[in-house]
Design a protein around this ligand. Sequence first.
Ligand SMILES: NC(=O)c1ccc[n+]([C@@H]2O[C@H](COP(=O)([O-])OP(=O)(O)OC[C@H]3O[C@@H](n4cnc5c(N)ncnc54)[C@H](OP(=O)(O)O)[C@@H]3O)[C@@H](O)[C@H]2O)c1
Length: 243
Amino acid sequence: MTLQDSVALVTGASSGIGEETAHALAREGADVAVAARRRERLDALADDLEAAHGVETLVVPTDVREEDQVEAMVAETVETFGRLDVLVNNVGVGVGSDVEELSTEDYRLMMETNADGYFFATRAAIPHLRETEGNLVFVGSFAGQYPRPFNPVYAATKWWVRGFAHSVEGQVGSDGIGVSVVNPTEVRTEFGSESGETFEERFEPGEVTEPEEVAEAIAFAAAQDRSTVHEIDLYRRDKFDGW
Ligand SMILES: NC(=O)c1ccc[n+]([C@@H]2O[C@H](COP(=O)([O-])OP(=O)(O)OC[C@H]3O[C@@H](n4cnc5c(N)ncnc54)[C@H](OP(=O)(O)O)[C@@H]3O)[C@@H](O)[C@H]2O)c1
């Protein structure tokens, strides 16, 4: 399995898991299109990818809540490279916690980013992935697998991601498209920045998973050329302590 001569598109690539995933895919030989809103971060990442791995890159500043921008993101990737082998739906935000205190604005932010954004990108990518018999990889979460006493709306978006991904898997598997979900527990990234404290700040190095580890799991799923990696759970080892 290799990603040599492949083209990958990663959403939420300006930090955390997405940024490390772009590196992991480029290390395996893929040319990589990187999408998020912060263009300067993406420009710097693209320079790093080209210097470190000798691959081609494309920067596509995109707000995944905007249908037109997501359509353009996929179209520009295919126009530039001539194909699409891998889409990593990674973008995601979590804000707030208790349902009775959650504003409608924050509810919509999570639904539009974590659910609508994945739908728009998946819909646009499927025809191109069918051509290459490529792979769709979704970033889910432990929060989308088990009930927990924290931010039910964020959790529900991740249950949605898993439900959507596996249903799409049922639909496009016979077209030769692989569909995978990768579920991390806590990862040291900028996640949580909307609420004032990032997971990078909250957790010490070594306390929870690092984004590079999740990126390797995503790259493993993305490099499959025959089988589907149905789901990978990548948990911190003490997750069930006191469960
Ligand atoms: N960290 C964890 O503990 C953890 C655990 C389980 C699952 N996850 C999931 O992992 C995925 C990646 O998160 P992360 O931990 O790497 O967090 P992160 O460092 O905060 O990265 C989130 C990325 O999403 C982008 N983004 C946010 N809103 C966007 C929008 N409207 N349009 C386009 N891009 C947008 C951000 O870039 P811009 O601001 O530049 O747009 C950033 O690149 C998410 O789906 C998250 O739910 C994280």
